[in-house]
Design a protein around this ligand. Structure first.
Ligand SMILES: [Zn+2]
Length: 649
């Protein structure tokens, strides 16, 4: 846009009043959480600011100094402000005898369990730089202890990505360090990161607000923690897999009862109970907020019913014998009575969400109606740890609905609506033109009808993205919604939406980052699936290409066929009539996927051998799209955005 866009605005009187009302509605006098978040603090680095090898800051709490003020400004929901202050606690904490946690070094916690001859690390954060710094803080205060095992509680990046910051391949391959993980861990890690990776990384910017400025008019928190660290993401595959519903192991003198909890917060996840220490680690299934049945970054909808079931089983099996419950985010809960109450309330939260959504669904309510109608049961409304700082009842209810009956509300008027641009144009036409729509929207804005103003202005922007007035009014509406939101993820989404309406899409990051460790861990099947989702159907129209792929060091062969613009494959098959046979080692494949080498160069450097029609193979690579990360979200996609894939790209 030609003129400099206006920056964040103040809270409107209506938003300020909404936020003030929160102060009366919730029990702010209950400060138990602050006591718990501080309890056991052994050491903190005064300024948690961590840089990578190039000097770039990958984690800092310095920008959150504004949260020192106990009173929320009018631009932040006081309930979220409280959570944001709680999440600011950082350092090394003692949980109980032998159990310590590093908190505030990333969005997640690293748990350290002192075993007979060393220490067990549970969840080494997102990136190596913060994991190393956290472990260093631990070492300074508890002495240098050898890491005997790493446990990944589940398959999300914030629970494994920093692993190479604390252990190396040598230690693992020599058997000096065991790496434990729940069943299906690797499959889930890799599939979540690869096929839908670009879309999720872009959308995650809206969820976590990592690129938003920090401050009372910007990002204050992510609900589950401050924000995600931005260092080097790694992965060392597990060497020990928990496959049974309950498995008990002794790791260097520490007894651990693993409870698998598949299809809960992550598809592969597990709780851990330490009978000798009377301590229960709930991974990420019971934290100090309502979690996500569906994170707004995008994911497959999770199973709220299974979530409740596994929490109930944990309560039943371990509740009597636990004096402390903790998780891989937030702070612990101490005392057997409180542990049981906490677990019971968390269980009921997910069960209530599930059952009431399904009940209303069977009464014929549509997902938007259920989301609007569902409120916490009165008995839980004043319980801080069930509030929606991360997930919300609203978007979670829609996700429960979606898991059972999908996106369609069964009203045929919604079966095949016009897509956003065409719909926007018709709405604007029906509203009497853009100027008339904006005029009415200003009146609604003054009345605090921000939800509809945001929607109406979105139609105008999709009809005409150059309409500055509509963009600004839409941004103003999103901003007020963000200021009033109790959920950090909603606030981040609204505020980033406002920012992009005002300033457009920043074009800084070209591609979604892919961890080399994740690429190395991809199965060959997944590699061909990944090629398939990059085939540009229009360019592939009418082509038929059959290629044998021989992985010489693995003794595996695949035949991949392109026909009808679809790439299919069969493992351990070879086609006699193939156009070409490509022979390569797995390491060369990794380099191709990571774009360290282009296909043509790989052939030239004899990393890849092609027999038969090499032109056809080059043609196949020429059909692959590249995905640009920073696609438009709050305005129409600019076409054509994607550069055609070069042969070998
Ligand atoms: Zn997590």
């Amino acid at each position: 846009m030609a003129t400099p866009a206006p920056g964040p605005k103040d809270a409107s009187p209506i938003t300020a009043a909404l936020n003030r009302a929160v102060l009366d509605a919730l029990p702010f006098g209950d400060t138990q959480d602050f006591d718990d978040a501080r309890r056991g603090l052994l050491a903190a680095s005064p300024e948690v600011e961590i840089r990578n090898a190039q000097g770039r800051v990958v984690w800092t709490l310095r920008d959150y100094a504004f949260l020192a003020d106990e009173r929320a400004p009018a631009t932040v929901n006081p309930s979220l402000w409280r959570q944001a202050r709680l999440n600011l606690h950082h350092g090394l904490f003692q949980v109980t005898d032998r159990i310590y946690q590093i908190r505030g070094f990333d969005i997640s916690n690293m748990t350290l369990i002192e075993s007979d001859h060393g220490v067990i690390v549970v969840d080494p954060l997102i990136s190596t730089e913060v994991a190393r710094a956290g472990f260093e803080l631990y070492t300074q205060h508890r002495g240098r202890r050898r890491i005997v095992a790493v446990i990944y509680s589940h398959s999300h990046t914030d629970h494994y990505g920093g692993v190479r910051g604390v252990v190396g391949d040598d230690d693992v391959s020599a058997g000096r360090v065991e790496i434990w993980a729940p069943d299906r861990f690797m499959q889930e890690v890799v599939t979540e990161n690869v096929l839908a990776g670009t879309a999720m990384v872009r959308r995650a910017l809206f969820q976590f607000g990592a690129t938003l400025p920090r401050g009372p008019r910007g990002q204050v928190d992510a609900g589950l923690g401050k924000v995600t660290s931005r260092g080097t993401v790694t992965l060392i595959p597990p060497t020990r897999i928990v496959t049974q519903p309950i498995e008990t192991h002794r790791i260097d003198g520490i007894e651990i009862v693993f409870q698998l909890t598949p299809e809960t917060e992550a598809p592969a996840e597990m709780h851990m109970f330490h009978p000798g220490l009377r301590a229960l680690n709930l991974a990420e299934n019971a934290t100090h907020n309502l979690h996500n049945i569906y994170p707004i970054r995008g994911a497959q909808a999770r199973d709220a019913n299974a979530w409740a079931k596994y929490l109930n089983e944990a309560l039943d099996r371990f509740g009597r014998d636990a004096d402390v419950a903790f998780a891989q985010h937030h702070w612990p809960v101490w005392g057997n009575g409180r542990v049981r109450e906490f677990l019971g309330q968390q269980r009921d939260l997910y069960k209530y969400l599930h059952d009431q959504t399904v009940r209303l669904m069977n009464h014929g309510y549509k997902s938007a109606e259920i989301a609007e109608r569902l409120a916490l049961p009165r008995s839980l409304g004043g319980t801080w740890h069930v509030r929606g700082y991360y997930g919300t009842l609203s978007h979670n209810a829609k996700s429960v609905y979606q898991r059972y009956i999908g996106w369609y509300d069964a009203n045929p008027a919604n079966l095949n609506p016009l897509p956003p641009v065409e719909r926007g144009r018709k709405y604007v036409e029906y509203m009497g033109g853009a100027d008339a729509a904006i005029r009415r929207a200003r009146e609604d804005f003054a009345r605090g009808e921000y939800r509809f103003v945001a929607e109406a202005m979105s139609h105008v922007v999709f009809a005409d993205p150059a309409n500055t007035e509509a963009r600004e009014l839409g941004a103003d509406a999103l901003e007020q919604l963000g200021y009033a939101a109790e959920s950090a993820t909603w606030r981040n989404a609204y505020l980033l939406g406002a920012l992009e309406l005002r300033q457009g899409v920043p074009g800084t990051i070209a591609r979604a980052p892919v961890s080399p460790d994740v690429v190395r861990a991809m199965s060959l099947d997944l590699f061909f699936d990944y090629l398939g989702v990059r085939i540009n159907a229009e360019k592939a129209d009418g082509l038929r290409i059959v290629v044998n792929w021989v992985f010489s060091d693995l003794d595996r062969c695949y035949v991949a066929s392109l026909e009808n613009s679809a790439l299919t494959y069969l493992a351990d098959r070879r086609s006699e009539g193939a156009d070409a046979t490509v022979t390569l080692e797995r390491a060369a494949l990794n380099r191709l996927v990571l774009r360290e080498v282009a296909f043509a160069d790989a052939v030239e450097r004899e990393l890849v051998r092609v027999e038969g029609d090499a032109g056809k193979v080059a043609r196949l690579f020429g059909l692959l799209d590249d995905f640009a990360l920073m696609f438009e979200v709050v305005e129409p996609r600019r076409e054509p955005r994607t550069a055609p894939g070069r042969p070998g790209s």
